[in-house]
Design a protein. Structure first.
Length: 223
């Protein structure tokens, strides 16, 4: 998935919302995930299409091109007993937790952009995501902070965090982000979140408290 430059929200009939371009493969099987060469080829094709769309809409920019390396396909691992999502001292589950083992998938580095998803069958066709955490320095995400925090959804939390002179947007998506008519796996993700994880407000505050030292911050003011 790629987001077109902000100006494209005016050029396309999206009511001011970001324009998202998605590449979805059907009837394609890659045991263990597509190879790096295949992922690079798909990324080049997606960005070429997105860049052409932006240029045709008169909202393209010179730097809106594929740069850097495409990350490898992330592999889920079983949730450890502590330091969940690779954040020291962070525990997302309830004190007494039972049931099938949960998984986590961590991508990126907290010093730039990072994400973690906790749930079950995360590498399956219908992953059950109980919670997702994001730390990003992406300017498009920072610019849309107000919109991100005022979604009509009680399961999303977000705020700006400044650490060591760098600004981050911290986001938590708890359970089923799409509240109306969610898919079956999203309903299962909501059930996992409500029964296996800490209450959402406590979980969000614990996430922020654990993330801040990893970003080079002191403890949150007033906490």
């Amino acid at each position: 998935m790629v987001l077109l430059p902000d100006e494209c929200s005016k050029a396309f009939p999206t009511k001011g919302e970001p324009v998202q371009v998605t590449l979805e493969l059907q009837r394609a099987t890659y045991p263990g995930g597509p190879s790096m060469r295949t992922r690079q080829d798909m990324a080049k094709a997606l960005m070429a299409y997105a860049s052409t769309m932006a240029d045709l809409g008169g909202c393209g920019t010179e730097d809106f091109r594929l740069t850097g390396e495409v990350p490898d396909n992330p592999s889920p691992e079983f949730l450890p007993n502590e330091d969940h999502c690779t954040l020291p001292g962070f525990v997302a589950t309830r004190p007494v937790d039972s049931g099938l083992e949960l998984e986590q998938t961590v991508v990126g580095s907290a010093s730039d952009s990072w994400s973690c998803v906790v749930g079950r069958e995360l590498d399956g066709e219908q992953p059950e995501s109980a919670v997702a955490f994001v730390l990003t320095t992406h300017q498009q995400a920072l610019d849309r902070y107000d919109r991100a925090t005022h979604r009509d959804n009680e399961n999303t939390r977000a705020e700006l965090v400044t650490c060591a002179g760098k600004e981050y947007l911290a986001i938590m998506a708890f359970g089923a982000v799409r509240a109306d008519d969610p898919a079956p796996e999203m309903k299962q993700g909501q059930k996992l979140a409500e029964t296996r994880l800490k209450p959402k407000e406590e979980l969000y505050q614990d996430f922020l408290a654990a993330a801040r030292p990893s970003l080079g911050c002191s403890a949150a003011p007033g906490r």
